[in-house]
Design a protein around this ligand. Sequence first.
Ligand code: WT7
Length: 653
Amino acid sequence: MSDEINVTLSNLLQEDRQFPPTPAFAAQANGKASLFDQAEHDRLGFWAEQARNLDWETDFTEVLDWSNAPFAKWFVGGKLNIAYNCVDRHVHAGHGDQVAIRFEGEPGDRRDITYRELMAEVSQAANALTELGVVAGDRVAIYLPMIPEATIAMLACARIGAIHSVVFAGFSAEALRSRIEDANAKLVITADGQNRRGSAMDLKSAVDEAVDASPSVENVLVVKRTGTDVTWHDRDVWWHDLVGRQSIDHTPEAFDAETPLFILYTSGTTGKPKGILHTSGGYLTQASYTHKMVFDLKPETDVYWCTADVGWVTGHSYIVYGPLANRVTQVIYEGTPDTPNKDRWWDIIERHGVTLLYTAPTAIRTFMKWGDHLPQSHDLSSLRLLGSVGEPINPEAWMWYREVIGGNRCPIVDTWWQTETGAMMIAPLPGVAACKPGSAMRALPGIGMAVVDQEGTPLGNGSGGFLVLTQPWPSMLRGIWGDNQRYVDTYWSRWPQYYFAGDGAKLDNDGALWLLGRVDDVMNVSGHRISTTEVESALVSHPEVAEAAVVGASDPTTGQGIVAFVILRGSTEDAGELIKELRNHVAREIGPIAKPRQVMIVQELPKTRSGKILRRLLQDVAEHRDVGDSTTLADPAVMKLISEGLASSSSDD
Ligand code: WT7
């Protein structure tokens, strides 16, 4: 591991450019430098103050109970309703006519939803779930495209204390099935289809396949989105029938601050998906606090757009919970950025007057490739702040984002966090920090972070090592669903006093933080975590594959691309055809996002004497480098064999 970090470190160029906020931006910013002093002086008091921006039915009596570490309890004794905090309280405060969601479908259909209308529809959906027999503590799987019903369904679950498990609608039937099974979900909420790249794509049949093999599921609630023909079962209910006939009144019950809010599955170093568990009061406190401070949200004037999908944690924390708790007006867009043309995003920003944009480096690099003329043909002058998340943003992409999208006027906030952290942890305060292109800068007020060496000793400026979090934080995961030991082992065993995030990082001479990517067997493709083991198991589930090893190789657009090395059971007539078949097989098993960029058929894999695959060497091959130290290989000739055999079997389309 340390080898990998050192290699990356020496590759990282010195970056000295700095971009402080303009005095005008700094003067009006929500987050001032005094937040750091305040949090430093009284960390728990600081968090209590942030929590009190929410509406509590019963006040909490203790800020943090860490006596059962690493299982935290925040805001002990407090009771609140999450949906009430995201919707009703804004209506009661006189903002019922403010638009909460400006929805734009891929085909161009539009729908504005005010806070009053959102309250009515969330209430109806909550009543509908109750009619279906869903009660507090039940698990509900949500497999929906980016339509308002996704947000409404999540809030309806929260409103009645049910736990949602949103599964990205790009995942396969098998991925959905395994998540339904792990959580024992009682209900699935889905749609007939979704609009992608100009056509209606079927969603329902994947749900049918998953639910046929899921005895826990009693009903499937189906939103009509595309009008696609669907096969109908007794368990299926149309959203418009059931939700449409419910009362728009629903009295929200207050739940304990530690009531589970959602499970979200993410990739770890083994193939088994990990259900990350988040609870209520602490989660909403940090999601809303960070959203307000890092994006400098002004609910009266801003139009916010986070381009993520609700299937990922970014969609949970920065489309649904944080923004709505702050009374945002936000754009939600259903489709792809190239439909009908490659300037769709810039068109949306211009037409809606978007002021705050939150997106991912992989998208930014794609737009760089498509050309400056596309954003330049639109008026983007409404933008006043830009955000980035999901993977390290390289300085070139950061500068392009600043110049071409932000017109050299907008602060850029590079935000580091994880599914597990629930909300942002490391990010600049836009009115305070002199941002460096490519750096997430420093831990937010109230967050404890360090870069440590192998022994867990904190390192000073100018050094690189492992990123750890040194203090519990309100939106931290509360465990892994059904597997608390795995929670302890994964995050708290390497150095028991720290949460280990799995990332390498460097502190520069000014103390600014530079993220260096994962140090474990997890890849980051377009800002999404995919474990090498997951893809390997998908590959060996194919009858022609005997063994597989997968690595993430650096990719100019997606951050990392998946490269697979496979050993076949027999010989093959047509390697090109089989490679195509294997790539599609992985897409079918996991989802198109996990489709390998490249599959190489090899005779052997590099292994140590104890049988551990040396992925580092395969990565050298995948990244076209000279192969590094191979002295620990059981058979040192293997790497030569692999390199020689490659020319004939690689495929890259
Ligand atoms: C991993 C977490 C956070 C929501 C989206 C991803 C990488 C995330 C950054 C950033 C460098 C980043 C890390 C992290 N990552 N943000 N700003 N700079 N790397 O959530 O799927 O849980 O992935 O994404 O490697 O550990 P996730």
